[in-house]
Every structure is written in C-alpha cells, then in structure tokens.
Write a protein that binds this ligand. Structure first.
Ligand SMILES: [Zn+2]
Length: 77
C-alpha cells in the first residue's frame, strides 16, 4: 500500500536532480567575471583567479555594454 508514496518520493528526487543540473548551467551562463589571463569565468567579483593566480579579473557585463551600439554611430542624412 505504500508504493504510491514511495513513487512520489522517487519523483521528487528526480526533480531535485534536474533542478541541480539546471542551476549549474544557469550559473555558468550568468558568469559576469572573467580572468583576462586564462579565461576562467566566475559569477562573483574576485581579486585573483583561483585557476592561474592572475589578478586580472574583468567584468564581462561592462565589456558587453561597451560593444553595444549607442550614439557613436552618428550618421546625419
Ligand atoms: Zn586565470
């Protein structure tokens, strides 16, 4: 008689596992900082890179803003 409850518990575990995988990939995509030396990515600001030790952590967001076309293209016709 307890099989239904066990099945539900099993299903919950599967969802948690899926959630963990989703969260992991989402965190990778949301990484906002990058090591200029080795390209490692982080989602929090760091003083130095845990991978190579370089202190050239730059913000990927700021870079994206720079490449966004704004008033620089001032074509008057
Ligand atoms: Zn690095």
């Amino acid at each position: 008689m307890g099989t239904q409850r066990m099945g539900l518990f099993k299903e919950l575990g599967k969802q948690v596992e899926q959630f963990k995988q989703d969260a992991k990939s989402a965190a990778d995509e949301a990484a906002a900082y990058e090591c200029a030396a080795c390209g490692a990515r982080f989602h929090t600001a760091r003083d130095d890179c845990p991978d190579c030790g370089a202190d050239e952590i730059r913000s990927i967001d700021a870079e994206a803003e720079e490449t966004t076309p704004s008033e620089s293209d001032d074509s008057t016709e």
